[in-house]
Design a protein around this ligand. Sequence first.
Ligand SMILES: [Zn+2]
Length: 258
Amino acid sequence: MAKARKTFLFGRDRIATATRGRGKHEHTLGGPHDRTGTARADCNGILIHLLHRLDLTDPAVPIRIPGVRWLPLYYCFDFRANDLGYRLVSDEELVTFFPDDDPNVSPEESWPDDEGYPLEFPTCPITVGAFGYDPADLEDACRWAGVFGIGKLSARDQATAKERTAELMDGLGLHAPETDEEFERVMCSPFAQGRPDDPCLNPACPNREKRGQLTPIALLPAEPVPGVHTFGRYGGGVQLIFQLCPECATIRVSNQCD
Ligand SMILES: [Zn+2]
């Protein structure tokens, strides 16, 4: 499984990375909340943290959301919620949604580090650059199959990719996939625990009841910039996955461990 150590941004057949550094655009990571709807009082008493804040007018950012210039990546590191949803109303406002059906959450406020978990992450500049990805290349397609699938490969390369996957699973003593659905489930790199297929968290959205409709837009490692350990000292293997609902522009954030 590919370990995500960089922050990756996904668009239509495009990948970019977001790293610490100054560019022409004022992308940042960390800092105070950037719009209304994010305060504890608006979030069931839960403190959410701002990670990246991306200027979508930068052509290097592969993500476009109608009516949105500044895309904030928020997450709740408080274990009272594993997933966070938020709908971007404008560049000044968002609305959060918390799942009410997740049994694996803490009843009380608790943080990845018991002592001194920061109220916000220190602000640092971020620069976005292209990351080589060719959907028609066998290795690239396999590495990013969980995001883009392998449908842009030639029929011959698709067969090779499946053969390799079946051999790999067989070598591990696991059931080798046979159907297209089984291959899709298994070929999930770079997601450590499988391709996410959660429904939209917006109760008013037609995708609230449908799985597999959301589009991955970002994958963050636990240390998105050097020195910022978002999951504390021992949470180095946690990934954050940001998915966008194409119906209502709600973002759903969830974590996976590798
Ligand atoms: Zn939706």
